[in-house]
Ligand binder design. Structure first.
Ligand code: CO
Length: 495
């Protein structure tokens, strides 16, 4: 039996989950060369929220971080999390923008693109998978694990087979909420291993305290690689700690070999960094959150909702809003809760409780109902869909959503030229997702933490909802104006 491989997430999901994505490149650079010699099968160094948060809060140009980390850790493959047609943004982008993003990232040294789609529609992953292969990188097809009456081992295996047929180099089980039970993991990994010919990898979070047991089950069932992090950027809402996993695997033929002195050295280097980010860390994120099990939602949603409901004077409605989440998910075809659907479902659940069910529908929720985010696991409630079509003034679609989006690169280049900004592909693809942040980056070269900037989550106009008008980036909140009334909303990222 082969030892299981470990991927190290500390430079991406580790600090995204436990320190609001605030670790900066200068903190990472002394650690990267040590990680590079430790035998990890991949270092997750980029993607997810790191590009948005790095640009917005740390004033770091995303490709500079990638270049620097590649130089510091040239041997181990670098991995990034890519939201399929959403790239690392919150809506669908044109195929040529997705292609340019993947090609450019590969050119800067990205080796593994871990590609997922927020509604698990493989059609939204086609373009990025093809682009990664074309660039000579690895494309990993990802299944977002979620619980619902229509999600079963069979349905996940069916998706795994579809991804394998699309030519992916590995299939990944992505359990962003840390909710997959260990015995179900065993069944799913065994079924995937039986039905597909490419390696099976797994990613979970320890939010509900299941992570390490989930990995043990996956390893018993033959999983090829697990994502681990390094304490203190590990456990809790992050990935299980590498050292803890090694201890759990003691005596197993699948235990991988790691230099514990090096692991210890990295851990000691990470401690002061973690302490320096105390504004962004929270004891609640470090411990087992049994509410995650109770409410079956990602930990990030819970903490943000507590704040948000308090701000709205709706703290007494906590249970009601949480009871509304499955109602919204069911009406929208049982979509998983992952960026950006976790935000969309959360906001809609709140609107339903505040104004009455489906009295106010956010443009994003309407777009999901109308098929603009892709095909959902179950059909959308026809009544809700009808309501959304009326509100948005557009018909439901069944095609691949990006088929309706015109190529974007030429326009992006033109816009950048007009603004006197660089017009290379790097700038075009980042500007496509974060226009205000790119402009702010060039206006304010000096790092200026937590300046109020507009949140770039796109907001198509809809009847009754004027716009998501402004946001304060520091506390990740945005305002939605509904019928002239302003509502503050927290934005959490669940990757
Ligand atoms: Co994650």
């Amino acid at each position: 039996m082969n030892p299981v491989s470990f991927n190290c997430t500390v430079l991406r999901d580790g600090h995204q989950s436990l320190a609001a994505t605030r670790m900066n490149s200068s903190d990472m650079l002394p650690i990267a060369p040590i990680l590079d010699t430790m035998g990890f099968s991949a270092l997750e160094t980029w993607g997810g929220a790191t590009i948005d948060a790095g640009l917005r809060f740390l004033k770091e140009w995303p490709f500079d971080r990638l270049d620097a980390l590649k130089k510091a850790a040239p041997k181990t493959p670098h991995m990034m999390l890519l939201r399929g047609q959403n790239i690392v943004g919150y809506t669908n982008y044109a195929d040529d923008v997705v292609e340019a993003f993947v090609a450019t990232s590969a050119k800067h040294g990205m080796n593994i693109f871990r590609i997922f789609d927020c509604v698990n529609d493989p059609r939204n992953m086609e373009t990025s998978i093809r682009a990664a292969k074309k660039a000579g990188a690895q494309a990993h097809g990802t299944i977002c694990y979620t619980t619902s009456p229509v999600h079963t081992t069979e349905s996940f295996v069916k998706m795994g087979c579809e991804l394998a047929e699309m030519g992916v180099d590995a299939v990944v089980i992505k359990d962003m909420a840390g909710l997959i039970p260990p015995y179900e993991t065993h069944e799913l990994v065994a079924a995937l291993k039986k039905n597909i010919n490419v390696p099976v990898w797994i990613h979970t979070h320890d939010t509900a305290g299941l992570g390490a047991s989930t990995y043990l089950s996956a390893i018993d069932a033959g999983v090829d690689a697990c994502d681990v992090s390094i304490a203190p950027f590990a456990n809790g809402t992050g990935q299980p700690d590498c050292l803890r996993m090694l201890a759990l695997l003691e005596g197993s033929p699948r235990k991988p070999s790691f230099d514990l002195d090096k692991l210890n050295e990295v851990q000691e280097m990470l401690k002061p960094i973690y302490d320096s980010l105390d504004k962004f860390t929270s004891h609640k994120n470090e411990v087992v959150d049994s509410d995650t099990l109770r409410y079956q939602v990602p930990g990030g949603m819970l903490s943000n909702f507590r704040t948000q409901l308090k701000e709205q004077g709706m703290s007494d409605k906590f249970e009601e809003v949480f009871a509304e989440i499955p109602v919204v998910r069911k009406a929208l075809g049982w979509i998983p809760l992952v960026t950006p659907t976790s935000q969309i479902v959360g906001v809609q659940a709140m609107l339903n409780v505040k104004f009455g069910r489906w009295k106010n529908i956010s443009p994003q929720a309407a777009d999901i109902a109308l098929g603009y985010y892709g095909r959902t696991a179950a059909p959308v409630d026809p009544e809700v869909q009808k309501l959304c079509a009326e509100k948005m003034g557009k018909e439901p679609i069944t095609c691949r959503p990006a088929d309706l989006i015109k190529p974007g690169m030429a326009d992006l280049r033109k816009k950048l030229e007009e603004k006197g900004l660089p017009t290379d592909d790097e700038h075009c693809v980042i500007y496509a997702m974060f226009p205000q942040e790119v402009e702010a980056y060039y206006k304010k070269p000096e790092p200026k933490a937590e300046a109020p900037v507009a949140i770039s989550t796109p907001a198509p106009a809809a009847a009754g909802i004027s716009a998501q008008v402004s946001g304060t980036a520091g506390n990740r909140s945005m305002n939605i104006v509904i019928n002239g009334q302003s509502h503050s909303v927290q934005v959490e990222r669940v990757n």
